[in-house]
Design a protein around this ligand. Structure first.
Ligand code: AMP
Ligand code: MG
Length: 328
């Protein structure tokens, strides 16, 4: 049995299969991952899961080598319990159960969205942020209130990353299209009107996608520029309102889309104008990764949370506010 706290975390909610190894001081000892990218079309859940199954052993081995530990050093296994694509979640959960049973160490299921927040909180040293989480499948504004991480605003249809990827696919860009769109947008400067869809604290992107695909007589650069300016402004608006309502003065960014420098600039400008601070983890810890799962599992376990094998079933629609947060 290991004496030190070392957690191996498995991420497998969608396209990424990741293994992270983290110690009790939030040192990331390893953070290895592989990404399934479809040859054409969107992510096919079954194919993504098959990809993860094929790669699992190799990624685990690589992570153990990187961390320079043996299996006896690991004290806890954590995995992404949801939300996500069923077949992918089952692959990660099966790998996690197998490791936990064979090593005789505890297993803990982690909410993926909360893990984005916790790794950011630990590495950026912010204490009580509003998390703007923008990934492929998710777009949420999350913050702590009364014992839970609560969702103060979210997309009513698709995640912004998926929207960018779908737009890019129609324009013939490779997957994921976000970075390409960012490069194109940097060359545009005419703002084309697109439906700015903020309803209360929620946003929606599918109307913008349809409108952008139907714009004729404009350059791709200008359309990309307009998509970014419009959708990012929507996100900044709801994030700022959440901060104002909650009286919070930190914003933490998470999810693959926050790698976008224009989004970071717009959120930073908003923070600066309110005397608030903006934090973003390193890129490899913004996208889906095993280290965030490992760290969140570790602090949950430290707070006394234990799960029986029956309690580690996957939950495709695992809500951020379903989890009672006893570790903050
Ligand atoms: P995640 O689901 O958190 O792993 O994030 C993946 C998503 O991030 C994909 O939809 C990508 O298109 C998107 N993405 C990655 N880099 C960028 C970028 N520089 N700008 C916009 N979106 C990005
Ligand atoms: Mg994610």
């Amino acid at each position: 049995m290991a004496s030190k706290e070392i957690c191996l975390g498995i991420e497998g909610t969608a396209h990424t299969f990741g293994i992270g190894i983290v110690d009790g001081s939030a040192n990331v000892l390893a953070n290895e991952y592989v990404m399934y990218s479809p040859k054409e079309g969107g992510i096919h859940p079954r194919e993504a899961a098959n990809h993860h199954t094929e790669k699992a052993a190799e990624v685990i081995r690589n992570a153990m080598e990187k961390a320079d530990i043996s299996k006896d050093d690991i004290s806890l296994i954590a995995f992404s319990q949801g939300p996500g694509l069923g077949p992918c979640l089952r692959t990660a959960a099966t790998a996690a159960r197998t490791l936990s049973l064979s090593l005789g160490i505890p297993l803990i299921g982690v909410n993926h969205c909360i893990a984005h927040l916790e790794i950011g909180r630990a590495l950026c040293h912010c204490s009580d942020p509003v998390l703007l989480y923008v990934s492929g499948g998710n777009t949420q504004v999350i913050s702590y209130a009364n014992g839970r991480y609560r969702v103060f605003g979210e997309t009513m249809d698709i995640g912004l990353g998926n929207m960018l990827d779908k737009f890019g696919r129609e324009m013939g860009m490779p997957f994921p299209a976000g970075p390409n769109i960012e490069r194109m947008a940097a060359k545009g400067n005419n703002l084309i009107q697109l439906p700015y869809s903020v309803k209360g604290m929620d946003v929606s992107f599918s109307g913008i996608l349809t409108a952008a695909l139907n714009k004729e007589g404009h350059s791709t650069e200008d359309i990309c520029y307009s998509i970014q300016e419009t959708t990012f402004a929507m996100l900044v608006e709801v994030t700022e309102r959440a901060m104002a309502h909650l009286g919070k003065s930190e914003v933490l960014l998470g999810g693959g889309v926050v790698r976008n420098r224009r989004l970071f600039k717009m959120v930073s400008d908003m923070c600066q104008s309110r005397g608030a601070e903006c934090f973003v983890p390193p890129p490899s810890l913004c996208s889906d990764n095993g280290a965030m799962i490992a760290w969140t599992g570790l602090i949950m376990h430290r707070a006394g949370i234990r799960m029986s094998l029956e309690e580690t079933g996957i939950n495709q629609r695992f809500r951020t506010d379903d989890v009672q947060v006893t570790w903050v």
